[in-house]
Design a protein around this ligand. Structure first.
Ligand code: CO
Ligand code: ZN
Length: 331
């Protein structure tokens, strides 16, 4: 088992939809303690791990939260209705298992009278096997959050499982922290942010607390390597870490992009350039903090993002960690 998979399994096993990141934060804090000088948690729940140095302030960020569901209604028969927390695709939801924070399990199904092409989340329900409303209410309250309960595997250098977005980015930050030398020149902040999936809500506050000179977000990105893909994208799984040029939320600082690419080159690592035509990342929130921060991003090419079976290459995660560790010291 690779170290990447080991960290991923530890972090993905923790319950952590947006706004409910406590369990993930606890696990990351438990690992990070050995590699940094101090750890703080801010009012929103962002975890800030610092390696002290006298030079430039450089911040790396990965979001801890995942997409999820929230219970909105329980009917007489004990079936639950739910709303999405973050972006969910209906095709990923049918007949999958979910779990609530208190361990209650259930399966998602839909009203069969609705033609499948017209099915939306409003036609879906969650079955926890309860006989009626009273029984269901003993297990779940309106406002309780749930996440996918899905298996994961590592096979021939590829990882698959739920919530690679973005526990794999968190794992990359931890792996980068481990690689730092005994003493560092720059003042380094490894920040694990909250509520990215619902609109980049945590990263800006975390960055404001630090006001770094440079910021780098680490997250997953789409790939263009699937059969008959919807749009061309020059980024493929196993092709190396991706250096973001832009996405829908941000145009990255060329200076940060250049430092990332130069660091990779010094390490003999191939990178890809990422242009993501849908979606955004914490990079946008970091960039707009305070009077503005030079920000860029390193991405892990990932297939089936936001599904219970996301897939990425171990080598891309290892490369991202190595590039991040070097780049943070290079500014
Ligand atoms: Co996401
Ligand atoms: Zn993400």
């Amino acid at each position: 088992m690779s170290k990447v998979f080991e960290y991923y399994r530890q972090l993905a096993g923790a319950f952590g939809p947006s706004g409910r990141e406590d369990a993930v934060r606890e696990r990351i804090g438990g690992i990070a303690g050995a590699f940094c000088d101090d750890i703080t948690t801010d009012a929103l729940g962002n975890l800030i791990c610092r390696r002290r140095g006298a030079g430039k302030k450089v911040l790396a960020a990965a979001h801890m939260d995942s997409t999820g569901m929230v219970a909105t209604h329980i009917d007489r028969k004990g079936f639950l209705r739910f709303a999405a927390v973050g972006g969910l695709f209906k095709g990923d939801l049918i007949n999958i298992q979910v779990r609530f924070e208190n361990g209650t399990r259930g399966v998602v199904s839909y009203e069969e009278k609705t033609p499948f092409k017209d099915v939306g989340i409003e036609h879906m329900f969650l079955d926890i096997g309860a006989g009626n409303r009273e029984e269901a209410e003993k297990r779940v309250r309106i406002g309780d959050f749930a996440v996918f309960d899905a298996p994961s595997f590592e096979q021939d250098g590829v990882l698959c499982g739920p919530y690679l977005d973005n526990r794999i980015g968190c794992a990359a930050l931890l792996l980068a922290m481990e690689q730092l030398p005994e003493t560092v020149e720059n003042d380094l902040y490894f920040v694990f942010t909250v509520q990215e999936e619902v609109g980049l809500r945590g990263a800006g506050a975390a960055a404001f607390g630090v006001l770094p000179d440079y910021a780098i977000a680490v997250d997953v990105t789409d790939t263009g390597d699937l059969p008959k893909h919807k749009y061309p994208m020059d980024c493929h799984m196993g092709g190396g870490a991706a250096v973001k040029v832009l996405d829908r939320s941000v145009i990255c600082s060329p200076e940060v992009r250049d430092v990332l690419e130069a660091s990779a080159k010094e390490l003999g690592l191939h990178t890809q350039r990422e242009i993501l035509q849908v979606g955004g990342t914490d990079t946008a929130a970091l960039q707009k903090t305070g009077a503005g921060i030079r920000a860029g991003a390193l991405s892990i090419p990932t297939r089936y993002i936001h599904s219970p079976s996301e897939m990425c290459a171990v080598s891309d995660v290892e490369a991202a960690a190595a590039i991040l560790a070097r780049a943070m010291q290079a500014f």
